[in-house]
Design a protein around this ligand. Structure first.
Ligand SMILES: Cc1ncc(COP(=O)(O)O)c(C=O)c1O
Length: 399
């Protein structure tokens, strides 16, 4: 009797899992978590069929670069598989320090800290610095990890319209004058492919004394000299206080980084729970990122090929009359406007051998249901032609 009483609250949670509408829909239509049997660069094998990967963030195509693979293998043999613990308790390794120094130098910062996931890096970039009593001004379309960092911080949050300096100006003007303030934006918005209007936003942030945080997960490797990112693209390297991002996109690894002044990074190492209580970046992933960073600086052809592919791809989509939400980068959404249009479009691409990802409201604003695609330097001309045929077929399907 007593036991069944105690089981009631647990049942409510289990029922929540069993009855969840979003999960039921996902399992019914199965658009996510598809398991590939093989991958080589942008060629994948899914359900026994050869397909083209068109949604990975391997912008520079370095995940199958021979030097990068060899570096990961050598690190595995030298250092083993894992650090099996967090750095404050288990110690750092020389490869952590080397990667951090190289990233800091590349980004023109005094210091850097790397984590085992970009999600941790970006979340900690807010959670560690903002406190109750502070005000955070956040672009409405920032990534989930930044929202989580905001929630953990207990600071007040003011959302401003996506990439809209006038709206930021109004929000800042209405905030308490004395409160410490933070600005949180992304360099390149991964769903929309938009480049942040950093010069205008930073002018406001500077006037108001905001601590500025830029998540450049999708700008790193893509924008700026040798892929130094969004601040370099705009010549604003000395303006933004903190840059965070991911090693899992252009750097072809997994993990994340926070780059800033030495004081800021040492404060993070003392105060960020994500930094203190999570196992360190593994040896092979650190070596992969370090070598990819070197390749970015010694082999400009990957960056050039990324942009020539992007130009060709965007022109092709434009020719088909598809709405790309004015994407300016290799992250290119195809906006279909409703899930009833996005699903058959995505399915038609899959049927024609092109793997993409569908994103529907509430993950995107209402009316912006889309299929997200991303171009890589590794896409061949032949693959681009096949993608064009598949796009034409999918466009026809939805009328
Ligand atoms: C803007 C942005 N920030 C942070 C992350 C998190 O990076 P990671 O996947 O390396 O954890 C992502 C990942 O998609 C992202 O798009």
């Amino acid at each position: 009797m007593a036991l069944s009483f105690l089981n009631k609250p647990k049942k409510a949670i289990l029922n929540r899992c069993r009855e969840d509408h979003a999960t039921k829909m996902r399992l019914r239509y199965a658009p996510y978590y598809l398991a590939m049997e093989e991958q080589h660069g942008t060629s994948i094998r899914l359900d026994g069929r050869d397909m083209i990967m068109l949604s990975s963030n391997d912008y520079l195509g370095l995940s199958f670069h021979p030097k990068v693979i060899e570096a990961g293998r050598a690190a595995l043999l030298k250092w083993g598989t894992s650090t099996t613990g967090a750095r404050p308790s288990n110690g750092s390794r020389s490869y952590h320090i080397e990667l951090e120094e190289k990233l800091a130098a590349f980004l023109g910062r005094e210091a850097c800290h790397v984590h085992a996931a970009g999600y941790l890096s970006c979340m900690s970039s807010i959670a560690a610095f903002a406190q109750k009593g502070d005000v955070i001004f956040a672009d409405k379309n920032i990534h989930s990890c930044l929202w989580d960092g905001i929630r953990l911080s207990h600071a007040a949050v003011e959302r401003f319209s996506h990439n809209n300096p006038d709206d930021l100006r109004a929000a800042v003007a209405a905030a308490p004058r004395e409160a410490p303030k933070h600005l949180v934006v992304e360099g390149v918005y991964s769903m929309e492919g938009h480049i942040c209007r950093l010069p205008e936003l930073m002018q406001i942030a500077e006037q108001q004394g905001c601590f500025s945080v830029l998540d450049d997960a999708h700008g790193f490797g893509v924008l700026g000299h040798q892929g130094r990112g969004t601040t370099d693209h705009f010549g604003l390297n000395d303006k933004v206080d903190l840059i965070c991002g991911s090693l899992s996109k252009s750097l072809a690894s997994t993990g994340g980084y926070v780059a800033a002044s030495r004081d800021v990074i040492e404060y993070l190492r003392t105060n960020s729970k994500q930094t203190i209580f999570s196992a360190a970046l593994s040896p092979s992933q650190a070596a992969v990122a370090m070598t990819a960073l070197e390749v970015m600086q010694t082999e400009p052809e990957h960056h050039e090929r990324l942009w020539s592919n992007t130009r060709k791809y965007r022109a092709m989509l434009k020719g088909l009359g598809l709405d790309t939400w004015d994407s300016e980068t290799p992250a290119v959404p195809i906006v279909l406007g409703s899930k009833e249009r996005a699903y058959p479009f995505w399915k038609a691409l899959l049927e024609k051998g092109v793997f993409t990802v569908m994103s529907i409201a509430p993950a995107v604003p209402p009316g912006k249901d889309l299929v997200r695609t991303a171009i890589s330097a590794m896409h061949t001309d032949e693959q681009l032609e096949k993608i064009a045929e598949a796009m034409a077929y999918a466009a026809k399907k939805i009328g």
